[in-house]
Design a protein around this ligand. Structure first.
Ligand SMILES: [Zn+2]
Length: 347
């Protein structure tokens, strides 16, 4: 098969489109012919090499996959060859206490497709059969690859961790990011008022189209001051952020008393300043989020199937141009998901 592989960690130049042996499914696995694979920042970190993700090389990235079932391991049932599927990115043991309690993203063995195992920057991928879910007929393969990771993240952040209530004010950082697009739509389903941020004027109408009530152009006006204006000095009940140091201070300052800040991603770095006096006197809550549970993915998929949440696709690149696709992700000049499509073709 053709795949985009890196043999050592480093810059974009290490991504190579080349021939790799076809993967063979084990007894509990499924071989999927990849139709589409969405990019995530995880792909960048794994390529660059960070201590949190130790992976054998060479490696194939790609956590968000859709495609067609090509072959089944001997113990797999309930899935048919030729079935249109999408892949749940989270891999866990399904036997430990956390998995049995439905908190599979807290499993000690938890890992992701495209980091724990080879991912979808390829014509074929092998995943555990438990990770394969039926792709709704209404979704294209590109849409099927674009929604899983960001939608499960949004559901976990807004519902499980922030417990957003109807009528609350929610600040969602970076409307144009994959998580931002999903979080805006989900917050509106819940019935919250959504304030979001963008870094370019052309993204404002796109954010409004997704349901944002107020959009702040963060390079033209300070976010926290504008949030205070929009909330009559009170601040927001919830901040959903995945950017880190570049926005942290503004996020904390945007919170109302007893506000909740949910963070993941840290795309601009891992270290921030925190004033503990501000934290305790304003009785703030900060919670870290990582992916979401399988049940939350099923819930997200239902919203997507119903058309209440949609995967926003910025641009589709051929698999062979994965390097250009990652460069586009790093440019921040996008709105929604960036998707790779292999010459397996098809929509
Ligand atoms: Zn487990």
């Amino acid at each position: 098969m053709k795949a985009v592989v890196f043999h050592e960690h480093g810059g974009l130049e290490h991504l190579r489109y080349e021939e790799m042996p076809d993967p063979v499914p084990g007894p509990d696995d499924v071989l999927v012919r990849v139709k589409a694979c969405a990019l995530n920042h995880l792909d960048i970190w794994i390529r660059q090499g960070i201590p949190a993700y130790k992976i054998p090389l060479p490696h194939i990235s790609g956590a968000d996959v859709s495609g067609i079932v090509e072959a089944l391991g001997e113990r797999v049932s309930g899935i048919a060859r030729g079935q249109r599927v999408f892949v749940s990115p989270g891999i866990s043991c399904w036997t430990c206490e956390q998995c049995l309690a439905g908190r599979d993203n807290l499993c000690p063995t938890y890992g992701l497709v495209g980091s724990k195992i080879h991912g979808g920057y390829a014509e074929l991928v092998v995943v555990p059969a438990r990770n394969v879910l039926s792709l709704p007929d209404t979704l294209t393969f590109a849409e099927g690859a674009a929604f899983p990771l960001v939608s499960v993240t949004a559901v976990h952040m807004l519902c499980a961790l922030a417990d957003v209530k109807p009528g609350e004010d929610v600040l969602i950082i970076a409307a144009g990011s994959g998580v931002g697009c999903m979080a805006i739509q989900l917050a509106k389903i819940i019935g919250a008022r959504v304030i979001t941020t963008v870094g370019a004027a052309e993204k404002i109408p796109k954010a409004k189209q997704l349901g944002a009530d107020e959009v702040i152009h963060h390079s033209q006006e300070p976010v926290a001051a504008r949030v205070k204006e929009l909330t009559h000095g009170r601040g927001v009940d919830v901040v959903i952020e995945h950017v880190g140091p570049a926005v942290w201070d503004q996020c904390i300052r945007s919170l109302a008393k007893a506000g909740r800040l949910i963070t993941c991603g840290a795309t601009t770095g891992g270290e921030v300043m925190l004033n503990l006096r501000h934290l305790f006197s304003r009785q703030l809550t900060i919670r870290g989020s990582y992916m979401g549970t399988r049940a939350e993915l099923v819930q997200a998929a239902r919203f997507v199937e119903q058309g209440r949440m949609r995967a926003v696709i910025d641009r589709v690149f051929p698999l062979a141009q994965a390097r250009d696709a990652q460069e586009h992700l790093l440019s921040r000049q996008f709105f929604g998901k960036i998707v790779l499509q292999s010459s397996n073709g098809g929509s």
